[in-house]
Design a protein around this ligand. Structure first.
Ligand code: PEP
Ligand code: MG
Length: 296
């Protein structure tokens, strides 16, 4: 088994009939970088940036964040590193944020909603990300988007930060790609409009499934009702890929479903451009893609 996986190391992730995808890895911490390289991922499709906030007892500084993002950019040596902005709230709790207790935290003050409410906090992270973009190929991704205005507001704030850096003569990648997570039914349904605002979509199937099926992703007693292959979720994924492609942007999947080998052929037939999975899933998924022939 290990020998078979070794054979797909260093070769492209391409089907027998020539459909190539980008096979990236998900990480939650710079400590995972050696695993990304050891498993031969072609980039990082989801760097969950919460770790710095979860690990510390106060807000991480701009420099602390900059160092972590720069480390990832440098380790990947010019390969894409998609860094997701803060996705705190709901299952990811941080005391010093002093968020009010809520009945339904998964539907509450979380992720981009916090960032657009507390813009200073958001700007600190964006400044760190832009500065780190001078050291490799970083892309920024915004989580939990439901509306076009949110994306426009994120880009407006990002532009303010760019301008501040320009005034100080601080370098950053002017061509950095900007994308969003499609992980709410609203984002999938609005994907035609949202696609006009960004360079890529990354489908977060974990939350997309939770919100589409109205089943808490942490609630194990509902396993009988929780169908990870529910057609409603697959239809939203297909719709998102189609609308992304209509606007000429790339579309990936970074939720757990991306590593589900029983769905790989389905996703490739839908036209997915990128799959981002945990590092140990990279080589098995490449082997699966290379075994497929979509012309049949
Ligand atoms: C998702 O929701 O599918 C996702 C990739 O993000 P997270 O699991 O961090 O919520
Ligand atoms: Mg999510």
């Amino acid at each position: 088994r290990v020998a078979a996986l070794e054979q797909v190391r260093g070769v492209p992730t391409v089907t027998k009939d020539g459909k190539k995808i980008n096979l990236y890895a998900n990480i939650g911490n710079p400590g995972n970088l050696p695993q990304v390289l050891a498993n031969d991922a072609e980039g990082i499709g989801l760097f969950r940036s919460e770790f710095l906030y979860l690990e510390s007892s106060d807000y991480p500084t701009e420099d602390q964040q900059f160092e972590a993002y720069k480390q990832a950019a440098e380790a990947l040596q010019g390969k894409t590193v998609v860094i997701r902005t803060l996705d705190i709230g709901a299952d990811k709790k941080v005391d010093y944020f002093q968020l009010d207790p809520e009945e339904n935290p998964a539907m509450g003050m979380r992720a981009i909603r916090i960032c657009l409410t507390r813009v200073d906090l958001f700007k600190t992270q964006l400044r760190a990300l832009l500065r780190a973009s001078a050291y490799g190929k970083i892309a920024i991704m915004f989580p939990m988007i439901i509306s076009v205005w949110e994306v426009q507001r994120c880009k407006e704030i990002l532009n303010e930060v760019r301008q501040e850096l320009d005034e100080k003569g601080i370098a950053y990648d002017k061509d950095m790609e900007i994308g969003i997570m499609v992980e709410t039914p609203a984002a999938a349904v609005m994907s035609e409009e949202l696609a006009k605002e960004v360079d890529f979509f990354s489908i977060g199937s974990n939350d997309l499934t939770q919100y589409t099926l109205a089943i808490d992703r942490q609630q194990t007693q509902l396993d009988a009702f929780f169908d990870p292959h529910h057609p409603a979720v697959l239809k939203l994924i297909q719709m998102t890929i189609e609308n992304g492609h209509k606007a000429g942007i790339w579309v990936g999947i970074c939720g757990e479903l991306g590593a589900d080998l029983t769905l790989t052929e389905t996703f490739l037939r839908m036209g997915v451009d990128e799959l981002s999975v945990s590092p140990p899933s990279v080589l098995p998924l490449r082997e699966k893609v290379r075994s497929l022939d979509l012309s049949k």
